[in-house]
Design a protein around this ligand. Structure first.
Ligand SMILES: Cc1ncc(COP(=O)(O)O)c(C=O)c1O
Length: 412
């Protein structure tokens, strides 16, 4: 099928929940994608931060093929070595704790909501505070947790027990804590709303507040986890260099991951440290597909490859190169360049005439212009475009993306 036929078939048979770009991809390799007409693109979207190793990495292909030919699925009625091994790898990174396996970020967060509810149940506490402009997924609880009105619209009433607090205002968070509050859920780097990193003071202050008020501190690491920022978790990066003695001991009570963990095979997980890892006992939660052998084999291959190829440090270096290159453009069209590791946002100035069109966000209009130049990026909020390239992106590819962005900005 050629692209217009694929688009028409989508229109006819797929419910249009997405504002999709008119592109149809058929093949990928590394940070390159090819569409149905054979046109090549540099993929700095990576499936919205999913493709940690890029497309068709031989180690991931081999692990998936081998596992598919050995044991695809058995359900969570039984044990599998690969599920235990992925949880062991997470525990090794975080100094202990245990995992529950799901299939997506929204589902991983569901496990956190249920964990928090169990934690507060005996004392009648159930309320979770999340940040304004946060994003936590598209399930009903996910949109209730998400601090963006546009995502909730038309689906009210929301699930009870979520309130939104400012992202960088600890005093306001403290004031918002009620006798019903049981947990705080924050992203280390807000992704969907435009790449906004928390500060070291935010994280340490939230940890302190949770300790004082008996709340769980939970982090949504769906987008910023799995070495995307140059460390396993973004807080490790955000607290680097902090002279505050509390920084070295910082640990959330629970976190969620998904996206990049299995490099493109669906996997989500919720992790909790002891004693909170014992809150969800037998019969309290479950998933048919969660932690299936195929996804776990993929996740193990991703962990192994990141380690073997030194991709955490590489992501840090490439992120610094991208940030420096993008900032050096000093374009009058750019309001700010922000980011951490390979999670980078370029915020466009408001009211650029070429990016003004009824019903369309400037970020989406600009991303479409990048597509025309062969570069894939992701809109984030109304004004920001996001680069989330694979962790093994090369220096040349980073330079190419910067040059393409420069051309697109110059043409505005
Ligand atoms: C921080 C965060 N949490 C949760 C989600 C939802 O993940 P999923 O789409 O896999 O359900 C996303 C997706 O973009 C995310 O960025």
């Amino acid at each position: 099928m050629i692209t217009p036929e694929i688009l028409a078939a989508h229109e006819r048979f797929v419910i249009s929940t997405y504002g999709r770009f008119p592109l149809a991809f058929v093949r990928g390799r590394g940070a390159r994608l090819w569409d149905a007409e054979g046109r090549e693109y540099l993929d700095f979207a990576a499936g919205i931060g999913v493709g940690s190793l890029g497309h068709a990495h031989p180690a991931l292909v081999e692990a998936i093929a081998r596992q598919a030919a050995t044991l695809l699925h058995v359900s969570n009625l039984y044990h599998t070595e690969s599920q235990a091994r992925v949880a062991e790898r997470v525990a090794a990174q975080l100094g202990g704790g245990r995992c529950f396996f799901a299939n997506s970020g929204a589902e991983a967060n569901e496990a956190l909501y249920k964990l928090a509810r169990k934690f507060g149940h005996a004392t009648g506490r159930y309320e979770i505070l999340t940040a304004v402009n946060s994003f936590h997924g598209r399930t009903l609880a996910g949109i209730s947790a998400t601090g963006q009105d546009k995502i909730k619209k038309g689906f009210e009433p929301m699930v009870e027990g979520f309130r939104h607090v400012p992202f960088h205002d600890l005093a306001a968070v403290e004031t918002a804590v009620s006798d019903k509050t049981v947990a705080i859920l924050f992203e280390g780097v807000q992704g969907e709303s435009g790449i906004h990193p928390a500060t070291a003071d935010d994280l340490l202050g939230l940890r302190d507040l949770c300790n004082r008020r008996g709340l769980l501190l939970m982090l949504d690491a769906v987008q910023d986890g799995m070495f995307r920022t140059g460390r396993f978790q973004s807080w490790q990066r955000l607290l680097e260099g902090s002279r505050d003695p509390r920084a070295a001991a910082f640990l959330p009570d629970a976190l969620s991951m998904a996206k990049g963990i299995a490099g493109g095979v669906p996997m989500g997980l919720a992790w909790a440290r002891a004693p909170y890892d014992a809150l969800l006992g037998p019969g309290s939660h479950g998933s048919t597909f969660g932690g299936a052998p195929l996804a776990c084999a993929a996740a193990l291959a991703v962990f192994d490859t990141i380690e073997r190829e030194g991709l955490a440090d590489h992501a840090r270096r490439m992120g610094e190169r991208l940030l420096a290159g993008l900032r050096a453009l000093a374009s009058p069209r750019v309001a700010a360049v922000r980011g951490l590791g390979l999670m980078i946002g370029v915020e466009l100035k408001k009211d650029i005439p070429a990016l003004t069109s009824e019903g369309k966000l400037p970020s989406a209009l600009f991303v479409a212009k990048l597509h025309a130049l062969g570069l894939l990026a992701v809109p984030a909020g109304a004004q920001t475009i996001r680069f989330l390239p694979p962790l093994n992106v090369t220096a040349d590819e980073c330079d190419e993306a910067i040059a393409t962005l420069a051309r697109a900005l110059a043409a505005l």
